[in-house]
Design a protein around this ligand. Structure first.
Ligand code: MG
Length: 361
């Protein structure tokens, strides 16, 4: 039996993970947590004694002695749990990309000390992880992260001036929570994923490509030095990467329908319009700057997305706020989690000031 602590149990990833755990004879739920939603019903139904809503997750994790932590918390709030699992050498199935983006080097150091596994749940990174299995970084020319392009693919900046939260929340291929759906519309999600890939796979930024692929069938590719490119294909269904991470190193059966190749499947790829969607190149810049710049990028994005959803910021203002917050951020590296929390707090304060400034214009 594999004992699983599920953090972020009531979100989109959490609910799909519960479905997989409930159906998996080898998987046992040992803890449940959510940011604010009550999880007592979910816990009682499953006979899980360790559960909590809100608060610090470390005490819960220590009490439940998991073999695997599935971190599906949204945003920087997931940092402590990510660092705890890595430090303890407990397998970490990571859906909370923001924690790896923000904690970066600290997370890698913790992983080295703990000696455990870090398994990506993000669909692109799970795809890359699978294409890379058994290979060394020397054999890799680049990894290619695919992006659906979101609901505003093909639009110009002028056309994005007046888009509403409702329009931005209507993602064409993926059903997800509000934060990541807005991140997909601005392409901040792909920016975060570029930084996530850098830390997961140990590749420099020039070896991490992004390509737009509207149907989201190819989840990512790896180009090797012999000219071969390996790709991972499937319908856009998060249960596949969740199941892969929970079952690893096995590949358990799921009820997901096989890919129907003869039904007119098209694999179309396009270059990313960096002018309309500047957040991928801004993420690369933050990644190259290093230190706490990726933390500032992610923190400013969280503040800007919340302001957009709350009607205080226009859609194009999101990138504007992140760019300004990054320019003002102290990007020196955080020595520990306390320093990282300070960097995150400072970036949020600056981003909130920029939101207010843009609002007044
Ligand atoms: Mg993804």
């Amino acid at each position: 039996m594999k004992r699983i602590a599920l953090l972020g149990a009531t979100g989109s990833i959490g609910r799909q993970a519960l479905e997989i755990i409930d159906a998996g004879p080898e998987l046992e739920l040992c803890a449940l947590a959510a940011g604010s939603t009550d999880v007592s019903g979910l816990a009682v139904e499953r006979g899980v004694r360790n559960f909590q809503s809100g608060g610090d997750l470390v005490a819960l994790l220590e009490a439940c002695e998991p073999d695997l932590v599935l971190n599906a918390v949204v945003g920087f709030a997931g940092c402590r749990a990510t660092l705890w699992a890595l430090e303890q050498g407990v397998t970490l199935a990571l859906a909370n990309k923001e924690s790896l983006v923000a904690a970066g080097e600290l997370a890698l150091t913790a992983k080295e000390r703990g000696g455990g596994l870090l398994l990506p749940v993000d669909s692109e990174h799970s795809a890359v992880f699978q294409c890379l299995e058994g290979r060394t970084v020397e054999e890799v020319v680049s990894i290619v992260l695919t992006a659906s392009g979101g609901p505003f693919r093909g639009r110009s900046r002028a056309e994005l001036q007046r888009v509403t939260p409702e329009q931005a929340l209507a993602h064409p291929t993926w059903q997800m929570g509000p934060k990541i759906t807005i991140d997909s519309a601005t392409l901040a999600n792909k920016g975060l994923e570029v930084i996530e890939a850098h830390f997961l796979f140990g590749l420099p930024y020039e070896q991490i490509e992004v390509i737009v692929h509207p149907s989201s069938i190819v989840h990512s590719l790896v180009r090797f030095r012999d000219g071969a490119a390996l790709a991972h294909l499937g319908y856009p269904d998060m249960r596949i990467p969740i199941s892969f991470a929970l079952g690893y190193p096995d590949r358990p059966a799921t009820t997901i329908q096989p890919l129907d190749l003869a039904s007119g499947l098209t694999l179309e790829f396009q270059e990313l319009d960096e002018e309309t969607f500047p957040l991928v190149s801004l993420a690369r810049e933050a990644g190259r700057t290093g230190g706490s710049a990726p933390c500032a990028y992610s923190a400013a994005n969280e503040v800007a997305v919340e302001a957009f959803l709350g009607g205080q910021l226009c859609f194009l203002g999101i990138a504007e706020v992140i760019e300004r917050a990054l320019a003002r951020a102290d990007t020196s590296a955080a020595r520990d989690l306390g320093a990282l929390v300070e960097a995150d707090t400072a970036a949020r304060r600056v981003a909130a000031e920029e939101v207010a400034r843009i609002e007044r214009l």
